[in-house]
Design a binder for this molecule. Structure first.
Ligand code: EPS
Length: 410
């Protein structure tokens, strides 16, 4: 999914820390610790989060790849300590245990339907599901958001903005077309569920409270919008260069995601081609769309696996979390007897936080496609290449293609 950048994350949910290592970031990018901390803090919020977020205060300590306020071309490494680790010292110790007491070691033999527990135990030959669930935990997304903050920082140098908002939680959704403001996050972040519609937002809060009271959980849908992209990121030439696939793969890799739509999404299956495709006009402005404009954006900013210069719009469906206070039926893997799944502390709903993770994944894929298109080990090289490219495409649509114009950028 990433071709020029490489992201590795490590860390268990209740281990000492979560770590992100991002390779391929060009030199000369200004990065401040606050760029990371502000994104991490956004991820911690949202109505429906559980007790864990009262314990953690994610800041993200950059310990490599940045010097004197700028990236230097080496891997950017970020560490996010787990404050909760102090309550798990024995169960999450690196050393071999001195006790065999399964309670002290917080061993788990009651896999949760919907979680990685059972398949992971079978695959990795583990009799303790904790060996699986600690890494399968969505705590890992803190590392993605930290790395995504660096990717966002790179894109912001070129005027690209990425925001998200929640359109559905369980039985409550925003009806009709959503009016999406230019600065999505300043509005969405003010809502407890990151919803742009106050009425629907209040209904979502009530639905989450109902589910929590019932010992249950809720999923939902969030939308990520990226603005300021030039036409031509990604490519139609290969199955693995198409940006739609790269975005969908990255978004589907987030814990608990079950579906991704781009633009009109599944709606394209219901109507005729003339109701789907976005007609082309000449634009007065010769910007990042190459001097063309569209009458609408059903394509969600992607055609043929490439950006069109229109806003990129991705929607993602998240399933309800599988840690339930009123657990579902399962099997005790040590006795083979029927039993209820483990009751683990968790969130009733994490859709608002998932939107922030979605922004990070979109930022990583777009930054990757940006470096692929404009190259360069240094920020200045990227800027020069971008300027040259924009100058060329601005000349399109002015008769230069059929030879009747002068092709100049004016
Ligand atoms: C998670 C379970 C909960 C969530 C956690 C993801 O953690 P705990 O078991 O410690 O209560 O709070 O999310 C985070 C810690 C986080 O930072 O987002 C799970 O099982 O996926």
């Amino acid at each position: 999914m990433l071709r020029c950048l490489r992201l590795t994350t490590a860390g268990e949910s209740h281990g000492s820390a979560i770590v992100a290592v991002l390779e391929g970031v060009p030199a000369g990018l200004p990065v401040a610790p606050s760029d990371i901390a502000s994104e991490l803090s956004r991820r911690q919020g949202g109505h429906g989060r559980g007790g864990r977020m009262m314990i953690e205060e994610d800041l993200g300590e950059i310990f490599a790849g940045v010097r004197l306020g700028e990236t230097i071309g080496s891997p950017v490494a970020i560490r996010i300590p787990n404050r909760d680790h102090k309550n798990w010292l024995e169960a999450m110790a690196v050393e071999a245990p001195e006790t065999e007491d399964p309670e002290a070691l917080r061993r788990v033999v009651l896999p949760r339907p919907g979680h990685a527990d059972l398949a992971g135990m079978l695959k990795y030959d583990r009799t303790d599901a904790r060996d699986i669930l600690e890494r399968a935990s969505a705590r890992e997304t803190a590392a993605r958001v930290a790395a995504g903050a660096v990717a966002k920082r790179l894109l912001s140098e070129f005027g690209v903005t990425i925001g998200s908002h929640v359109t559905r939680i369980g039985p409550v959704w925003v009806e009709g077309p959503v009016e999406v403001p230019e600065d999505i996050n300043s509005v969405a972040d003010a809502s407890p569920v990151r919803c742009l519609d106050d009425g629907a937002g209040a209904g979502m809060v009530a639905a989450i409270d109902d589910a929590r009271r019932a010992g249950d959980s809720l999923g939902g849908v969030f939308e990520v919008v990226a603005r300021g992209l030039p036409a031509g990121l990604g490519s139609h030439v290969g199955w693995d260069t198409r940006l739609g696939g790269r975005l969908a793969g990255a978004l589907m890799s987030i814990h608990a995601m079950k579906g991704v739509e781009i633009g009109m999404g599944f709606g394209v299956a219901e109507v005729r081609g003339s109701d789907v495709h976005d007609e082309i006009d000449r634009a007065d402005e010769r910007g990042a769309t190459g001097g063309f404009s569209r009458r609408r954006n059903n394509a969600g900013g992607l055609e043929g696996g490439m950006t069109t210069g229109e806003p990129l719009v991705c929607r993602v469906a998240m399933k309800p979390l599988s840690s339930l206070r009123r657990p579902l039926d399962s099997v005790n893997t040590s006795t083979g007897e029927p039993a209820k799944a483990i009751r683990e502390r968790s969130d009733a709903c994490a859709v608002p936080a998932a939107g922030i993770v979605g922004e990070a994944m979109v930022a990583l894929v777009l930054a990757d496609a940006w470096i692929e298109k404009f190259g360069g080990d240094a920020l200045g090289d990227i800027r020069r290449n971008l300027d040259g490219y924009l100058e060329r495409i601005a000349a399109s649509g002015r008769g230069s293609v059929d030879g009747t114009g002068d092709g100049s950028a004016e």
